[in-house]
Design a protein around this ligand. Structure first.
Ligand code: GLN
Ligand code: ZN
Length: 749
C-alpha cells in the first residue's frame, strides 16, 4: 500500500527561506547563500518524507517565488520589457518578473498569489529553466527517487492572461502546440535522469470549463503520449469537485496512468469514482486535508479508503493529501504556547505526512494501533470539549431568520436621513482607517505585549497617537474622521485575540507569495465576544473632535477567509457566529455615540478556484444593525467584482469604499452597464500602494470621470485603502490634494 504527498511548504519551519530571500534582495547575502539555504530546506523535506515512509515523494514543488512563475521561466515566456536575452534564466530575470526592478515594474499578481503569465501570439518559447530536472537529480543524489511535479500545460495556459493589446482577440489555448515541445524536452530529460513517475498539476480541471477547454486537455495529453511512454503519469486536481464532464475528460486522457483527486473539498467526486473508474489505473486518494490544520479523523478516512479499495483494486489505491501541503502550517512541534488539548486536535504539514503514511500502513494490514487510538481520543475530545461548544452562541445562530440578514429600511431613505443628521457636504471626504505606522508605534505595541511597559503608559501613548491623527485630519479638513488604528497590529488578529473560539500559533506561518507569509488564527470553537473590542478607542477618538468619527471593524467574511476554519461545522455557520459577535460590537459603538461604522471586508474575494462567494451578502448583512441611522461603511480591497456586484449590493451597506485607482474603467463599466446602485460609493481616488503624490488636478479629473457614471449625491472621496504602509511625508500632501480636489468640484456642481 502506497502513500503520496502532492506538495510541501517551502518556507521552512522557521521561515528560513523568507529570511534568506529578503537578505539576498537587500544585497546582504549572495546568490550562493540563498541557494544553500534552499538546498538545505529541500533536502530536509525529502529526508523527512522518506523517513516517514512515503513512497511517492514530490520534487520541484520548491520555489523561490511561485510555481506558475517557475513554469514561465521553464518555458522562457519572459515579457520583452525585462530585457532577457535567452539562455538559462537566472535570479535577475526571475526576480525582476516577480518584484520588478529599477526600471520595470513587476508582472501582475493574482489574488490567488501567483505571478500571471502574459502571453500573446508572438511569444517565442524556449526551454529556459532546468529547475525541474535539476531538483530531480538533486534528490536522487541524496538517495531519494522523487516524483517530479510540473504545472500541467493546459492549466498553465488557463491561468495566464493575454498580453496588452490582444486581450479581446487572442485565444491562450492556441499556444498549446507551441509549449508542448518544451514540455517534451523536459519530460525526456527527466526520463533520461531516471524518473519513473511524473506528476502534472492540473487544478483548473475543477473549474467550470466549456467543451473547448476540456478538449484542450485531451489534445495536450494525446500529443504528449509518446514522450510520456515508459513513465507513470499522475494528473493531480484539487480544491473542489470535478464536474462529471471534467471527470470523464480526465479518465480518458491518453498516456495517463493515475488520477489525484481532492476527496476533502470534493465531496461528490467519490460518487463519480464509484460509477466509473478505469481498470488498471491508479487512484491517488486525497483524504488528508492540505488546506487546513486539523488532525485527520483516521478511522473515518480508513473507512473511505477501504470502500475505494473495493472499487479500484488493492494495488491501485494510493493514500494522498487533498492538495499540496503548501496551504497549511509547517510543523506543530514548534508550537510551544498552544493549549495542550487544542494542540492534540491539530496536524500541520509534518504531522500530515505521518498521517498519510499511517493510513497507508493500516490499509496494508499493518495498523499502528497506538497511533490510531490516540487519534481517536483526540477526535473524541474535540467533539465533546466545552472549549468548542457555547450553547448560547449555537442557539443565537440557529435562531437567525431570513429577515435578520436584511436591514429594515430602504437604502435611499436611509441615506437622506443620515445626510441630514451628519450634515455632510456633497462629495464627502474620508479615509479607509489606518494612518502611517511608525517604528515608534510598533515598539510601543510590542513592549506592551511583552509586559515591558505598563497599561497606563500604553494607553497614554496610543491616545497621543490618536490625537495626532485627529488633529491632522481636522487641519486637512476631512469630513468623516478615523482614529488611525494605532492599537492594531493586524486587522484580523486584533479581533481574533479578543473573541473567544480563536487560538494563535507562534510559528504557524503559511506562504502568501514570494517571501510574504501570514499566520492565520485558528478558529476552533463557537465564536463569541466577551466584551467590547473597539469602543474604548473609538469613543476616546470621538471625544477629541466634533466631526463624525468612524468606528472601524473587520467583517466576518474577511475574518473567516484569513483564518484556519473549523471543519466540524459548515463554513457559513462559523461565519454567522462571527457576524453576530461583530453585530454586538456595532450596537455597543452606537450606544457610545459612534454614528458612522466601517466594516472592512478586505478579503471578501479570497479563496481561489473555490467557487462562488454565496455566503457574502447574508453574513455581512447580518452584522449591520436593523433600523438605526448609523451609517455603515464597508471597504473592499478588490475592484474586479463585476460578477459579485449583486452580492455586494445585497450587503446593503450605506457606503462602500473600494480599491479602484489601478482599474478605473473596470469598476465604472459595471455601473455604466446599468447596474442599479443607490447607496454611497467611494472608489479610491488615488493609489496608496505607491509613494507617488497625486496632484489636485489629477484627482479632480478622476472624480469627474466617476461623476459621469454615478449620481453626485452618492459619491464619496477617499484613497484606495488604509495608509499604514505609507509615510507622513506622503500622506499629508496626498490627502491635502484629495480634499482640495473635492472642494474644487463642489464649487462646480
Ligand atoms: N481599515 C483597514 C486599514 O485602513 C483596512 C485595511 C484593508 O483594507 N486591507 O488599514
Ligand atoms: Zn483595502
Amino acid at each position: 500500500m502506497a502513500s503520496h504527498i502532492v506538495g510541501y511548504p517551502r518556507m521552512g519551519p522557521k521561515r528560513e527561506l523568507k529570511f534568506a530571500l529578503e537578505s539576498f534582495w537587500d544585497k546582504k547575502s549572495s546568490a550562493e547563500d540563498l541557494q544553500k539555504v534552499a538546498a538545505g530546506l529541500r533536502s530536509s523535506i525529502w529526508k523527512q518524507m522518506a523517513d516517514a515512509g512515503i513512497k511517492y515523494i514530490p520534487s520541484n514543488t520548491f520555489s523561490y517565488y511561485d510555481q506558475v512563475l517557475d513554469t514561465t521561466a521553464m518555458l522562457g515566456a519572459v515579457p520583452p520589457r525585462y530585457g532577457w536575452n535567452g539562455g538559462e534564466i537566472g535570479f535577475d530575470t526571475y526576480f525582476s518578473m516577480a518584484r520588478g526592478n529599477a526600471s520595470v515594474p513587476a508582472m501582475e499578481m493574482t489574488k490567488c498569489h501567483f505571478i500571471v503569465p502574459e502571453l500573446g501570439p508572438d511569444v517565442r518559447f524556449s526551454y529556459a529553466s532546468h529547475k525541474a530536472v535539476d531538483e530531480y537529480k538533486e534528490a536522487k543524489a541524496l538517495g531519494v527517487n522523487t516524483v517530479p511535479v510540473l504545472v500541467g500545460p493546459v492549466s498553465y495556459l488557463l491561468l495566464s492572461k493575454p498580453e496588452k493589446g490582444v486581450e479581446k482577440t487572442f485565444s491562450l489555448l492556441s499556444l498549446l502546440r507551441k509549449i508542448l515541445p518544451i514540455y517534451k524536452e523536459v519530460i525526456s530529460e527527466l526520463k533520461a535522469a531516471g524518473a519513473s513517475w511524473i506528476q502534472f498539476d492540473e487544478p483548473t480541471l475543477v473549474l467550470d470549463l466549456d467543451a473547448h477547454q476540456l478538449q484542450a486537455f485531451a489534445a495536450a495529453y494525446a500529443d504528449l503520449e509518446s514522450t510520456l511512454s515508459g513513465l507513470n503519469v499522475l494528473i493531480e486536481t484539487y480544491f473542489a469537485d470535478l464536474t462529471s464532464g471534467a471527470y470523464k475528460t480526465l479518465i480518458e486522457l491518453k498516456g495517463v496512468t493515475a488520477y489525484g483527486l481532492d476527496l476533502v473539498r470534493g465531496t461528490k467526486t467519490i460518487d463519480l469514482i464509484k460509477t466509473n473508474f478505469p481498470k488498471g489505473k491508479f487512484l491517488f486518494a486525497g483524504v488528508v486535508d492540505g488546506r487546513n490544520i486539523w488532525a485527520n479523523d483516521l478511522a473515518s478516512s480508513l473507512g473511505t479508503l477501504q470502500a475505494l479499495e473495493a472499487i479500484v483494486g488493492k494495488d491501485n489505491l494510493v493514500v494522498s493529501t487533498s492538495c499540496s501541503l503548501l496551504h497549511t502550517a509547517v510543523d506543530l512541534v514548534n508550537e510551544t504556547k498552544l493549549d495542550d488539548e487544542i494542540k492534540s486536535w491539530l496536524a500541520f504539514a509534518a504531522q500530515k505526512v505521518v498521517e498519510v503514511n499511517a493510513l497507508a500502513k493500516a490499509l496494508a494490514g499493518r495498523k499502528d494501533e497506538a497511533f490510531f487510538a490516540s487519534n481517536a481520543t483526540a477526535q473524541a475530545s474535540r467533539k465533546s470539549s466545552p472549549k468548542v461548544t457555547n450553547e448560547a452562541v449555537q442557539k443565537a445562530a440557529a435562531a437567525l431568520k431570513g429577515s435578520d440578514h436584511r436591514r429594515a429600511t430602504n437604502v435611499s431613505a436611509r441615506l437622506d436621513a443620515q445626510q441630514k443628521k451628519l450634515n455632510l457636504p456633497i462629495l464627502p471626504t474620508t479615509t479607509i482607517g489606518s494612518f502611517p505606522q511608525t517604528l515608534e508605534l510598533r515598539r510601543v505595541r510590542r513592549e506592551f505585549k511583552a509586559n515591558k511597559i505598563s497599561e497606563d503608559d500604553y494607553v497614554k501613548a496610543i491616545k497621543e497617537e490618536i490625537k495626532k491623527v485627529v488633529d491632522l485630519q481636522e487641519e486637512l479638513d476631512i469630513d468623516v474622521l478615523v482614529h488611525g488604528e494605532p492599537e492594531r497590529n493586524d486587522m484580523v488578529e486584533y479581533f481574533g485575540e479578543q473573541l473567544s473560539g480563536f487560538a494563535f500559533t507562534v510559528n504557524g506561518w503559511v506562504q502568501s507569495y514570494g517571501s510574504r507569509c501570514v499566520k492565520p488564527p485558528i478558529i476552533y470553537g463557537d465564536v463569541s465576544r466577551p466584551k467590547p473590542m473597539t469602543v474604548f478607542w473609538s469613543s476616546t477618538a470621538q471625544s477629541m473632535t466634533s466631526r463624525p468619527m468612524k468606528g472601524m471593524l473587520t467583517g466576518p467574511v474577511t475574518i473567516l477567509n484569513w483564518s484556519f476554519v473549523r471543519n466540524d461545522q459548515p463554513r457559513f455557520e462559523t461565519c454567522y457566529q462571527i457576524a453576530l459577535a461583530i453585530k454586538d460590537e456595532v450596537e455597543d459603538l452606537e450606544k457610545a455615540g459612534i454614528n458612522v461604522i466601517q466594516i472592512d471586508e478586505a478579503a471578501l474575494r479570497e479563496g481561489c478556484l473555490l467557487g462562488s462567494p454565496s455566503i457574502l451578502s447574508t453574513s455581512n448583512g447580518q452584522s449591520t444593525p436593523s433600523g438605526s441611522l448609523t451609517v455603515i461603511h464597508t471597504h473592499m480591497c478588490y475592484s474586479n467584482f463585476n460578477d459579485i456586484i449583486h452580492s455586494i449590493i445585497d450587503m446593503d451597506a450605506d457606503v462602500i469604499t473600494i480599491e479602484n485607482s489601478r482599474s478605473d474603467e473596470k469598476l465604472l463599466s459595471v455601473f455604466r452597464e446599468g447596474v442599479k446602485y443607490g447607496a454611497g460609493i467611494g472608489p479610491g481616488v488615488y493609489d496608496i500602494h505607491s509613494p507617488r503624490i497625486p496632484s489636485t488636478e489629477e484627482i479632480a479629473d478622476r472624480i469627474n470621470k466617476m461623476l459621469a457614471v454615478l449620481e453626485t449625491n452618492i459619491l464619496w472621496v477617499n484613497p484606495d485603502c488604509g495608509l499604514k504602509t505609507r509615510k507622513y511625508a506622503e500622506v499629508k500632501p496626498a490627502l491635502n490634494n484629495m480634499v482640495a480636489a473635492a472642494k474644487l468640484l463642489r464649487t462646480q456642481l
